[in-house]
Design a protein around this ligand. Sequence first.
Ligand code: BTN
Length: 315
Amino acid sequence: MSQELLKALKAGPVRGPELARALGLSRAGLWKRIQALRRRGYRIEASRAGYRLLQAPELSAEELQALLPQRLILYKELAGSTNDLAHQLAQKGAPGGSLVVADAQSHGRGRMGRAWVSPPGVNLYMSMLLRPALSPQEAQLLTLAVALATAQAIKGHTGLQVALRWPNDLLVGRKKLGGVLLEMRTEPDRLLYVVAGIGVNVNARKTDFPPSLRPLATSLRLELGRQVPRAALAARIAKEVEAWTGLLQHKGPQPVLKACRALSAVLGQRVLVRSQGRVFEGIAEDIDPLGRLLLRESSGRLLRFFSADVQRLSA
Ligand code: BTN
């Protein structure tokens, strides 16, 4: 219903009685719906010529659904974690590509048990359900593909060049712009489904980050000096994730690896790698066909990591 109403308001001005009739509503019912839209941030003009939409909020269920019409989309003003909601959708049999987006999260989570700061009104918190025909061993490549897709979507949408810090961080310079968190349910040799959680700092100002994160984090707004509408960015990311994960399934790891190498902030650099309570130092040499990071220690020994935290040492 609100989709139809918004469509009519976008094409407006349209007179109240006409609009109420077209939607099968009483005039009081129409007025209630218009007021409800206004409370959610829609600016709707009412003049003698009728009702007309002046401005839509930059993130809403309707905007997302209009940009991604065929997709199952769940939008929440406040979620615990969008990843949890996407798991629930998966268990109810939702199709691959289904999307959960929230304006804020009370329990946003990052990798390695860290919290993901998720204030309202500024950033993007989204989780996409994937049902790829890949083995659990290939799942690491999916993390790379989703991070890559997000970086490409941001570049396409804003022109900003984003670098990738293996395996899942999006960086601008040395600061973190976003990250991805993949969670999966598997059987011994089969991926049942994957939830790809994506967090991007979009319109956050410095003061939206806790003081401890301010030197380490950035946002599109801080980098570009302008606000970026979130629904359009979310839609672009969803499409890129679909494209890159599809490519991974159909063409194997090489196209994803090639693009990841080109955007990598760590390959060829001296780095510290923290993994399972231990710290290693060396040159980040490459990413192998399973998505593992190859680290060359000064002794010449080559180490392979499936999961780790990487910190760049060289300038
Ligand atoms: C990281 O860099 O540690 C990954 C951060 C992932 C954050 C996103 S926000 C949407 C989704 N829901 C969550 O709780 N986490 C991911």
